[in-house]
Design a protein around this ligand. Structure first.
Ligand SMILES: Nc1ncnc2c1ncn2[C@@H]1O[C@H](COP(=O)(O)OP(=O)(O)OP(=O)(O)O)[C@@H](O)[C@H]1O
Ligand SMILES: [Mg+2]
Length: 456
């Protein structure tokens, strides 16, 4: 497993693998069942789109209510300009959609390990660093989930994707350090990490009644993460699972990428993407459209300097009607609302063959029909990368697809029919099992936390 971890994570031989700890889980608490592993430690699934908190008590691993009884909340913050307050989760989303004036932030996990993390974001007269923003959100999760406990725990197992950043081990390690520092600032003292697809496997294992080789797919907002794990009720009692984790890996593709691809393909051309400037051979700069289609970059477009630039593009444009739409969205700060409408159409297409994308509320005179086939064609290259990562994981595990008997699905994007078909095509004989889409990872992290922090 050590070599596998080095291979999977791209860590050069000789360098300490902090992640071994993650895989080893704990060395004590050997033969307890989930229900017996009582501890006062959280499992926190800080997701790109949604976050959850789990705990393991006498009833076994379960999710804690965070806001109005909801156990999964949007990973969102809202800085109000009206009353200077900061709100989180569902409340942040509601205040943004009620058109309160302020600054809305989504997908902050995507900033970990990137250059953007060092930048600050302007909120009224104050500038906030992303370290403070991530810490504030974790502090909110810690205290909101602790409302029904005597006090919020100070020990936590945080989930992490196989890769925060693809093909850059150094940036990936930086991302983990940034998240750890934010957790410390949020009041956690003992902090450990576990891979999200391993946590999901631990959750799935709670429901099996015989030994099997399971392929776990966790496809969320930011990443697709996979593991191949030998699971059984007996093995679930052991704390050292190194021999049972046959492979794990991931790729930085998730639902937010599908949103971006759909927005760029269907909406942005009407806002001036690839529209000509009056200077021959030049088009409107791509970056505005790219940022407007990328959840964690939208806020940067509201910077007064950017607005001035876009007004300049409008003056130079040979097709000003299109650029005027872009400017209207930016001036009225409708970027997140626009991308949320695209996301809703994407989600609708998991159930229906046709969805209507009406952007009238986003300062735009645009109403489109999108078919599931069109969405599938738009995201085809991502599906291809997901498929090849699945093949890689099976190869790492030294298994042919028919050695896998169960395919456990978690993460919102696994609801998409063509994502399921992509996984099923790679593992044709595996039985597809729909997990708790938004809760499996946090429950698995809670189980892990109970084993690790048993002495707490
Ligand atoms: N029914 C659905 N059909 C298609 N996509 C969906 C559906 N429900 C949710 N999604 C998408 O799933 C994503 C969120 O899933 P999830 O909450 O599992 O991600 P996350 O845990 O926040 O992200 P990550 O694990 O990648 O950090 C979003 O992109 C959302 O649009
Ligand atoms: Mg997730």
């Amino acid at each position: 497993m050590e070599n596998l971890a080095r291979g999977v994570l791209g860590i050069p031989p000789g360098r300490t693998i902090v992640r071994e700890l993650d895989i080893a889980i704990a060395e004590h608490n050997d033969t307890m069942t989930g229900a017996q592993r009582m501890t006062f430690a959280y499992g926190v699934d800080f997701g790109t789109s949604n976050s959850s908190v789990g705990i393991c008590d006498a009833a076994g691993p379960h999710l804690l209510p965070i806001q109005n009884g909801a156990t999964s909340v949007p990973t969102a913050l809202f800085f109000s300009f009206d009353d200077d307050s900061t709100t989180f989760g569902q409340e942040a989303l509601e205040r943004y959609f009620q058109r309160e004036s302020g600054r809305y932030l989504r997908a902050i996990k995507s900033v970990l390990g990137t250059k953007l993390f060092e930048e600050t974001t302007q909120v009224q007269r104050k500038r906030y660093g992303f370290s403070e923003i991530v810490a504030a959100f974790l502090r909110f999760l810690r205290s909101a989930a602790g409302d029904n406990l005597t006090a919020p725990p100070t020990s936590v197992v945080l989930g992490r994707p196989a890769f925060f950043v693809d093909d850059d081990p150094e940036a990936d390690a930086t991302a983990e350090r940034q998240l750890e520092a934010a957790a410390r600032a949020a009041g956690f003292e003992r902090i450990a990490f576990q891979f999200e697809p391993i946590a999901a496997a631990l959750d799935y294992e709670q429901s099996v009644n015989s030994e099997q080789i399971a392929f776990v797919a966790d496809i969320g907002g930011g990443t697709s993460d996979f593991s191949v794990v030998r699971v059984s009720p007996e093995r679930a009692r052991s704390s050292d699972r190194r021999q049972d984790i046959l492979g794990f890996a991931g790729v930085h593709i998730g639902g937010t990428d599908f949103d971006r691809q759909l927005a760029l393909a269907r909406v942005m051309p009407a806002l001036g993407l690839r529209s000509p400037l009056r200077r021959k051979g030049m088009n409107a700069p791509l970056r505005y459209f790219h940022d407007l289609a990328t959840w964690h970059r939208i806020g940067f477009l509201y910077d007064p300097n950017v607005l001035t630039e876009v007004r300049g593009v409008l003056r130079d444009s040979a097709e000003p009607e299109r650029i005027k739409r872009l400017l209207a969205v930016l001036e009225q700060r409708k970027g997140h609302e626009l991308l949320a409408a695209v996301e809703s159409a994407k989600i609708e297409l998991s159930q229906a063959d046709l969805a209507t994308l009406d952007l009238v509320d986003c300062a735009l005179d645009i109403c489109l029909q999108i078919t599931r086939t069109q969405l599938e064609a738009t995201v085809a290259s991502s599906l291809h990368r997901i498929r090849s990562r699945i093949d890689d994981v099976l190869r790492m595990a030294g298994l042919t697809p028919d050695a896998v008997s169960a395919v456990f699905l978690t993460g919102g994007a696994t609801r998409m029919p063509f994502v399921q078909q992509t996984i099923a095509a790679a593992i044709p004989n595996g039985r597809l099992i729909a997990g708790d889409v938004f809760g499996s990872v946090a429950k698995g992290l809670a189980l892990d936390a109970a084993m690790r922090f048993a002495d707490q």
